[in-house]
Design a protein. Structure first.
Lengths: 207, 207
DNA sequence: AATTTGAGTATACAAGTGTTTACTGAAAAG
DNA sequence: CTTTTCAGTAAACACTTGTATACTCAAATT
């Protein structure tokens, strides 16, 4: 036993194949436009075999969304952490570039994350909403920490984070329909917008 | 002729019925999840009769999106125009309230606008993108004009507009899954965020 | 008054959908 | 070596889907 084709190993392999297939297909159409049969046949198994792994296509989708959310958050957090002290503008540009690179290289993942924001089932929307909140939380906590060291304190870290996440989403959606040559320009615009928000978040007069 | 049941009048009536039905149904599921047969039967006509009005369901969707974009832009522009000189905070709050009211009263329209941002066909996405650009343009031009009268000039009106539109979209999506009692809190948050952006857009040091 | 027009109906078609059922055959357990 | 387990197959089910065809019958035209 425990060679390359043990029972549970094979099952796990098929499971991943299903997930990856669904991901690949959902970059062509939206995930909610997929069918169970389509995913199964593209993965090379019968429709009935699908049920050995997921109770429904929606269940697969929820797993998928977990994965994309997790990987994206980790990536960004790591980017923010790894940087040594540097001018703020450069730090923003670095994060923005990392983000846009991620989108370009994981088009389908990102498309899934954004695409089901409204379209999907309520369960789906709720899961995505939770993902977004985690996203904001992490960004907010990183912002307070970083600003504590390098700059004046932010008035409203949570709101600042939310505005920045808004920018991430809208620009991200814009990036999907863009050619590679226009990425630099988009990155610069995005960085400028984020800097603008930072400066607004630092001004003293509140309300 | 030309009584209440002339030929073209009847046709127009059915056309509107189809549009309205599709709109109503797309507040339950996303528009791209609708079927031609479903819309037709809910409108009380046969599938084949649908083709007397639209070549496809997608065509109906494009008409629908035109309508929602138009009405939303008009509403917001009107709100910004009608107000007399008032403190900026109050002006922002007024716009935000109007916006959230619109969303609450035209849930399905708004949901359509947001829902097909990624999910729909390329044609759909392109149409929506164009809608968004018009949106930003109008806001940007209004911003410059208003700030010329009441405040310091904005560094980057177009970018300011884009950030604000980002907020509109993300908060709008949030509003859809909210109970009425939480609208006030959301409105206040949204207004604060927008003010934050304004202040950032006014600071002198650029780049 | 006779004719044309066209929105809407009835019906049929091929294709695709989710799910269920009984099965096979090899890995795992005894 | 025998038995159990279970991922995957094959086939059928009762749908729904988009589209095409031939039709009706009232309004509009002549």
């Amino acid at each position: 036993m425990s060679n390359g084709t043990s029972r549970q190993e094979q099952k796990e392999r098929t499971r991943r194949l299903l997930i990856d297939t669904a991901l690949r297909l959902s970059s062509e159409k939206s995930f909610s436009a997929l069918s169970l049969r389509e995913v199964a046949s593209q993965a090379g198994i019968t429709p009935a075999a699908f049920y050995r792994h997921f109770a429904s296509l929606e269940d697969l989708g929820l797993v998928l969304m977990d994965e994309v959310g997790l990987s994206l958050r980790q990536l960004l957090r790591q980017t923010r952490r790894e940087r040594s002290p540097m001018p703020r503008w450069d730090a923003i540009v670095l994060s923005v570039d990392t983000y846009l690179d991620y989108i370009r290289n994981n088009r389908s993942l990102f498309q899934l994350l954004l695409g089901e924001r409204m379209g999907g089932t309520p369960k789906f929307r709720k899961a995505l909403h939770a993902e977004l909140e985690r996203f904001k939380d992490e960004l907010a906590s990183d912002l307070t920490e970083l600003q504590k060291q390098y700059g004046p304190p932010l008035k409203e870290p949570r709101m600042t984070a939310e505005v920045i996440v808004s920018i991430f989403f809208v620009v991200g959606a814009e990036a999907l329909d863009l050619e590679k040559k226009d990425y630099a320009k988009l990155a610069h615009k995005m960085a400028t917008e984020i800097l603008m928000v930072f400066e607004g978040a630092e001004t003293k007069k509140s309300r």
